[in-house]
Design a protein around this ligand. Structure first.
Ligand code: DP6
Length: 361
């Protein structure tokens, strides 16, 4: 049984993450379990702040009483997504139906940048919900101790969100090389891997800001009946083995080769899915070519990865910061030098709690 305080507030800052081995395809008829394991770097500067406030209900018209403000304004689509998710959680978290809930949330990155926010937002939501649950049971919540439970809830809201709970580098999905790995939640990796991850920077070059024509969830669905699905899932497992070994050995060249292969495979899968589509833009290809040429001619460890969209994530070890800015200034069209066209990020330490006071906006 539970007995929540009559009112209260919890708040969390949770980062976004960038997948190096991509999650693309779900197990059929299972609640958001991945078809293959994935691995990501947890980011630092791209994050969501979220506060959840609960108080006495004012009406019983709906099973859940929820208000949601994104950057100070009611956000209906986002509210509906969270409302539907809470409805699914209601049997195991009955307190969600007992209180009036207000969520206030904002992102560190501009809404219009074309950067996916579901990983940071849904991981922040999972953190708020699980902390609230612990409060209702009169227990203290410790992320370090309870990260699997939070990651599991985040996964059910949006698969990739489960990885944002873990500092530096997260592995989600069962794999023979890592005994503790699970399809249900993401896990941290030993110190050697975290140390390898910590040196990396991720400069996100904004090629196109418009919203995606096909969402990631639709993309995952198109992996069912995809002619290359089985081969792809095997390839992802092999790539993960090679990447883990490269990280352990500090072998940056192999690491970069696998990361780029994963990015291009993701988009190749879209292009040859049962309903083919393409999210790459001509400028995406231009930036990729520029990165690969510069790497060859200057012998620099700079690599790219892509999300399910046209923007390019330029990955490089922090020691090469100066050389990378020379690259941006000389090898790319000049507008990429403008702060509105890039987000400079790095590998981060994962979520942390916020002051439990609701902001006005
Ligand atoms: C290409 O986690 O956004 O970014 O589980 O349906 O919410 P849902 O999908 P989502 O998919 C992310 C796909 C990806 C690769 C990755 O992050 O691993």
């Amino acid at each position: 049984m539970y007995s929540c305080p009559p009112e209260g507030v919890v708040g969390w800052r949770s980062p976004s993450n960038i997948a190096l081995i991509k999650y693309w395809g779900k197990q059929p008829q299972r609640e958001q379990l991945p078809a293959n394991p994935s691995l990501s770097f947890t980011l630092h500067h791209a994050y969501t702040d979220m506060w959840l406030y609960w108080t006495r209900r004012t009406h019983r018209d709906d099973p859940i009483e929820l208000q949601l403000y994104f950057e100070g304004r009611p956000a209906d689509d986002f509210r509906k997504r969270i409302y539907d998710f809470m409805l699914r959680l209601l049997p195991e978290m009955p307190f969600l139906g007992e209180y009036a809930i207000t969520i206030r949330t904002r992102n560190s990155f501009p809404h219009s940048a074309g950067i996916a926010s579901s990983a940071s937002a849904m991981s922040a939501l999972a953190l708020c919900l699980v902390e609230w649950k612990y409060r209702c049971h009169g227990l203290s919540f410790d992320l370090h101790q309870h990260y699997r439970e939070v990651s599991d809830i985040a996964r059910r809201a949006s698969g990739s969100a489960c990885r944002s709970i873990v500092p530096q580098v997260a592995l989600w999905g069962a794999h023979p090389d890592v005994e503790e790995a699970s399809d249900s939640y993401a896990i941290p990796l030993p110190k050697t891997y975290r140390d390898f991850a910590e040196q990396w920077r991720d400069l996100i070059l904004i090629v196109d800001k418009s919203p995606k024509s096909i969402s990631s969830s639709q993309g995952h669905a198109l992996m069912e009946g995809h002619p290359y699905a089985t081969t792809r899932y095997q390839q992802a497992k092999k790539h993960l083995s090679v990447l883990l070994k490269a990280m352990k050995d500090g072998d940056i060249e192999t690491f970069g080769r696998i990361v780029e292969a994963e990015a291009l495979t993701l988009h190749a899968l879209m292009m040859c899915s049962p309903t083919p589509y393409m999210l790459l833009k001509p400028q995406t290809i231009d930036v990729i070519n520029a990165i690969q040429n510069w790497r060859r001619t200057r012998d620099l460890p700079m690599y790219f990865t892509l999300d399910a969209g046209p923007n390019v994530h330029l990955l490089y070890p922090q020691t090469y910061e100066a050389e990378i800015w020379t690259f941006i200034a000389t090898a790319l069209p000049s507008f990429y030098y403008h702060p509105s066209r890039y987000l400079a990020d790095e590998v981060g330490n994962g979520p942390h709690p916020l002051e439990p006071t609701m902001p006005d906006s």
